[in-house]
Write a new protein. Structure first.
Length: 262
């Protein structure tokens, strides 16, 4: 049975968060607001829950969802070999509309799909999302829409598309709070150096370069004299987990589906 909660009401918000926490523990899906658009979320460590999330969106394992985290220090628990440049971007723009694609910790017991050993991480700047993440821990989150359809900017819009595939809808009002457009997060491939933008979104290239001057824009090539150790990933595996999956913000996604445009 599907239940919707108005998070503008303190009592409903508390009840909704508690119900959402129970639903996540039961390997079910919930819809929550983020600072970009609405996302559909599931326990990142439950293959059953991730399968349900992908089925609700009409997506396969080739488009794995990104993972939202509750705090910056969760970064090192989920990713390994994090470049200093990526860490500086996280410190500058989290919480916010920045998604980092990193090498996943090999010891983690999870199955997000065909990630090729990477994981897309983001810390959202949304109170409801952060409250839920604090209760549940990391969540696999993709944009709350059927693949190919517009990103939901309210829980009501998400419910119109996802219906009974979601147990709890947390209504937090229109997202993003400022502006009408559903802008996804900016996605950075941080699996190798130099860092590069995979999808341009909420954080502009100019702002990124104020923190890390060497960030490459989408489609830009590294200087010829760059050290060979700074070559991009050999097989483009990051783009796979990214552009399509990380649109939770989006449309998570987005266009390819921010997986929340988030």
């Amino acid at each position: 049975m599907t239940t919707s909660y108005d998070c503008a009401d303190a009592d409903q918000r508390a009840a909704g968060l508690e119900h959402a926490q129970r639903a996540i523990r039961a390997h079910k899906c919930v819809v929550l607001p983020t600072d970009t658009v609405y996302g559909i979320a599931a326990d990142a460590f439950s293959p059953q829950a991730v399968t349900l999330l992908l089925a609700a969106k009409g997506r396969g394992r080739s488009m794995p969802p990104p993972v939202l985290i509750p705090r910056l220090n969760a970064l090192d628990g989920l990713a390994t070999d994090v470049p200093a440049e990526a860490r500086r971007l996280a410190e500058a723009f989290w919480p916010g509309g920045l998604t980092l694609i990193l090498h996943a910790q090999p010891s983690l017991d999870w199955d997000l799909g065909e990630t090729k050993g990477t994981v897309a991480l983001r810390l959202p700047a949304d109170d409801v999302a952060q409250d839920l993440l604090t209760l549940t821990g990391p969540l696999a989150v993709s944009s709350a829409n059927r693949t190919g359809h517009a990103a939901a900017q309210s829980a009501a819009e998400a419910e119109a598309q996802l219906a009974e595939s979601v147990e709890v809808y947390l209504e937090g009002g229109h997202r993003p709070v400022e502006g009408d457009g559903a802008e996804p997060s900016t996605i950075i491939d941080a699996t190798s150096l130099p860092l590069r933008v995979v999808r341009q979104g909420a954080i502009s290239l100019e702002r990124l370069r104020e923190v890390v001057p060497g960030v490459l824009g989408a489609g830009e090539e590294a200087p010829a004299e760059a050290d060979s150790a700074e070559k991009p990933a050999e097989d483009g595996s990051t783009e796979a987990i990214t552009a399509e999956a990380v649109t939770a913000d989006s449309s998570g996604t987005a266009a390819p589906d921010d997986s929340p445009r988030n």
